[in-house]
Design a protein around this ligand. Structure first.
Ligand SMILES: [Zn+2]
Length: 356
């Protein structure tokens, strides 16, 4: 048995190689986008679109890179009442403080509550946000909202989620979210995601600009063979950037589960690892969502469009992480036996997708 003060901990965060691959995918997508745009539209439209994309991406990235801008963004969100601090006597505040101490952080990240309107803004594209006005959708989604914003070093959730989760579940969730915050490990994929969103918006903008130019009588060679190939290339590039970004984010999710498994222990012991694993599993079961996704089977085809692994894949990865953590604590421990025992007590039912 060793305690958390042991020198080597089983943390794992993104490697430089992975970040490079994800960034390269974003850059390649941008290059294809710019080349395709040049083939379709006039230099004027290209300049406008490129300027717009650069401005938006720059804004997102700057907010993450520079603290004053980040703080300003946070303040403006407070002003518009999107983020409300959780009450100081809330259980989650104590959990975050305790886990911050374990991580050796001087300051615990603040936890904020968001309302249904804000969740809709964050999760749904403009034009589909009305979906959250449906009480059934709201009741399904709101108890499951937990997120870390590495760029702002904050955690946010909803009152409904705090009312729903037990203390043990909450402890694993905060450990998972704080793993996302550690070293601001998620800033790169978030940047790529932002780039991809801007590219998609830029593409829409280009179509509008092209249409406008065509209406104004300016010749836009939209229907030539080359232009159609270029348009398909543009759409393909934005989708490819999204898919590769999702692969990266799913990797980080599995790691956050592994780090959470470990961080959710005051003292790293076999017994605590078992408890931590059980808490993680019960969180996955609670978060899974039958209603949100039509696809109930693990089809790679649908997973490539998701940022979070399916419940079953997450459970498989969690078992591997459990073995890693347990063998770190005691090299002679047999994780398989411990896992089999847990499966016998309560094997989770896999029947859906979730986001968390
Ligand atoms: Zn996560």
């Amino acid at each position: 048995m060793t305690s958390t003060t042991a020198a080597a901990k089983p943390w794992r965060f993104t490697s430089l190689q992975e970040d490079t691959v994800i960034t390269a995918a974003g850059v390649a997508a941008t290059a294809v986008f710019v080349a395709g745009t040049a083939a379709v539209f006039s230099p004027l439209a290209l300049g406008l679109a490129a300027g717009y994309c650069a401005l938006k991406v720059g804004h997102t990235y700057a907010a993450m890179a520079f603290r004053p801008i980040r703080d300003q963004a946070l303040k403006s969100m407070h002003k518009s009442r999107h983020y409300k601090p959780v009450p100081a006597d809330s259980k989650i505040v104590a959990l975050v403080a305790e886990q911050s101490k374990r991580l050796g952080w001087a300051e615990a990240p603040p936890v904020y509550l968001v309302d249904a309107k804000t969740v809709a803004k964050m999760a749904l594209p403009f034009g589909l946000r009305w979906l959250m006005n449906n009480p059934k959708t709201r009741n399904t989604v709101m108890p499951k909202v937990f997120a870390a914003v590495p760029g702002m070093n904050i955690i946010f959730t909803t009152q409904e989620a705090l009312n729903t989760m037990h203390d043990e579940q909450l402890a694993f969730i905060t450990a998972h979210e704080m793993s996302h915050l550690k070293k601001e490990a998620l800033s790169l994929p978030v940047f790529v995601k932002a780039a991809k969103q801007r590219l998609t918006q830029g593409l829409g903008g280009l179509v509008l600009i092209g249409g406008g130019l065509a209406l104004a009588g300016v010749s836009v060679p939209l229907f030539t063979g080359g232009a159609i190939v270029a348009m398909v290339g543009l759409v393909g590039a934005t989708v490819a950037a999204g898919v590769i970004n999702n692969i990266g984010v799913r990797t980080y999710e599995r790691r956050a589960d592994r780090n959470g498994l470990y961080l959710n222990q005051a003292e790293a012991t076999l017994a605590n690892s078992v408890e931590s694993f059980k808490a993680a599993r019960s969180v996955f079961e609670k978060l899974h969502d039958k209603a949100l996704w039509a696809a109930k089977k693990e089809l790679l085809l649908t997973e490539i469009f998701l940022t979070h692994p399916s419940q079953r894949r997450r459970d498989i990865a969690l078992k591997r992480s459990f073995a890693h953590v347990v063998n770190h604590i005691d090299p002679n421990a047999d994780a398989k036996v411990l896992l089999r025992e847990m499966d016998q007590v309560q094997k989770p039912a896999f029947n859906g997708w979730f986001n968390g």
